[in-house]
Design a protein around this ligand. Structure first.
Ligand code: HEC
Length: 181
């Protein structure tokens, strides 16, 4: 591609020093325009995604049907083994699952001593929702939700084997405001 000045009448070769200067100036301008265009498209996409958060997040009905009522209810019912270890969760109906997940703090024996101030679900905040710390390894930490020495119960990671769809939908439900829908 040639970027000779439009009014070039003599010395019109790419190697002439004057033209090289013009050429490199033109190339820089083109790069700037390309960069700006990329930034604008990025910003537009980011802004339009913000408004759509609630429409695209997973509903609680999906989370309940796909995961809680299948992979979890065997223990988190009354008197499931989760209940026996002090967990207040009850997944025997969608309504009870929602209220026991969103109403309270950690209660089960392994972690209640250090994590008792941590909530099971914090709307729009997956990283501080203890529920995710117990079922998705990447969300666990030794100072969960900023609480020193709070490490979520780790017994579920190896035994439950949730699919990435199940995990992503749980994250999406919380990210979208943990709505009762
Ligand atoms: C095989 C039985 C079993 C299954 C299946 C199971 N859990 Fe648990 N769960 C337990 C036990 C036992 C505890 C208590 C652990 C402890 O001592 O802290 C527990 C604790 C929890 C806690 C912590 C509750 C609290 O208040 O401290 C959460 C959250 C949890 N389970 C979520 C789930 C989810 C979500 C599923 C399904 C994806 C699930 N569990 C499946 C047995 C089970």
């Amino acid at each position: 591609m040639s970027h000779f000045p439009l009014n070039c009448t003599e010395n019109c070769t790419e190697n002439h020093p004057e033209n090289r200067a013009v050429n490199s100036w033109a190339a820089k301008s083109l790069k700037r325009v390309a960069l700006l265009t990329t930034l604008c498209i990025g910003a537009t996409l980011a802004l339009s995604n913000c408004g759509k958060k609630d429409e695209t997040s997973t509903t609680f009905a999906t989370v309940y049907t796909e995961t809680l009522s299948t992979s979890c209810v065997a223990c988190h019912d009354t008197p499931g083994s989760g209940a026996q270890n002090g967990a207040g969760l009850n997944f025997s109906s969608q309504a009870l699952a929602y209220s026991t997940l969103t109403a309270g703090n950690v209660t089960a024996t392994t972690s209640v001593g250090t994590c008792g101030s941590v909530r099971l679900v914090v709307a729009s905040s997956p990283s501080t929702s203890y529920l995710l710390g117990t079922i998705i390894q990447g969300y666990s930490s030794s100072s969960f939700a900023g609480v020193t020495n709070c490490t979520p119960y780790a017994g579920h990671f190896s035994s439950l084997n949730l699919s990435s769809t199940q995990q992503n939908n749980l994250v999406s439900w919380i990210q979208g405001g943990a709505q009762n829908n």
